[in-house]
Design a protein around this ligand. Structure first.
Ligand code: AMP
Ligand code: MG
Length: 199
């Protein structure tokens, strides 16, 4: 879809698991309401999960990233087409990931052909201190810290996310906003995201 043909704005919000994205986006949606801006929240994973379920490929959303890359790419494209349809005449916050950790390595959340379909106005990266994310994941899982959840791995995942956002900006002309989710910052970050839809 050409961006000119769209009536609303599409803002993609990404952040690795444990960064506090859900809390920030709840705040963003509240600010949108407060500012009187109509914005639809879409979770990319929800759309992929719904389709994967109906195809009998998975029984929970964490199984998606364990499917073959071919299946994941197919589900990803299917969801992008649905999102593009919704975004035609609406402001949209799209909750997703820049890179997904799969068994074959990092898979792009928005590869070039998806970028062409979505043509976002902005990409927002929610980041946090790797040590903090590592601690939060450990608390959530209530298990011993896995090698994969080490601060080093988390640093790497956020770093490749920045590279992805830069690539997306070159491909689509979207702006890149990097936000640090420090302790208690979620409210302010939500306000900043909501402001992207103003003016
Ligand atoms: P989430 O609840 O946001 O972690 O999303 C659930 C799952 O959906 C993720 O673990 C991924 O497997 C998948 N997913 C979400 N967004 C994308 C995307 N843009 N491309 C590929 N897979 C995605
Ligand atoms: Mg989340």
């Amino acid at each position: 879809m050409k961006r000119m043909e769209r009536r609303g704005k599409l803002v993609i919000v990404t952040g690795i698991p444990g960064v506090g994205k859900t809390t920030v986006l709840n705040s963003a949606m509240n600010y949108c309401k407060e500012f009187g801006i109509e914005v639809k929240y879409i979770n990319y994973g929800d759309l992929m999960f719904e389709e994967a379920l109906s195809r009998g490929l998975v029984s929970n959303r964490d199984e998606i990233r364990k499917l073959s890359i071919k299946d994941q790419i197919d589900l990803q494209l299917n969801a992008a087409n649905k999102i593009s349809e919704i975004a035609k005449d609406k402001n949209v916050i799209l909750d997703t990931h820049m890179f997904i950790r799969t068994n074959s390595g990092y898979m792009a959340g928005i590869p070039a052909w998806i970028a062409e379909i979505l043509m976002p106005n902005s990409i927002v990266l929610i980041e946090a201190n790797p040590e903090e994310i590592s601690k939060r994941r450990r608390k959530d899982a209530n298990v011993r810290i896995r090698e994969d959840d080490s601060p080093e791995k988390i640093y790497e995942h956020q770093l490749i996310g920045r590279a992805g956002a830069a690539s997306l900006a070159i491909l689509t002309g979207c702006t890149v906003l990097i936000l640090e989710n420090k302790e208690g910052a979620y409210d302010e970050l939500g306000r900043i995201i909501a402001l992207l839809f103003k003016g």
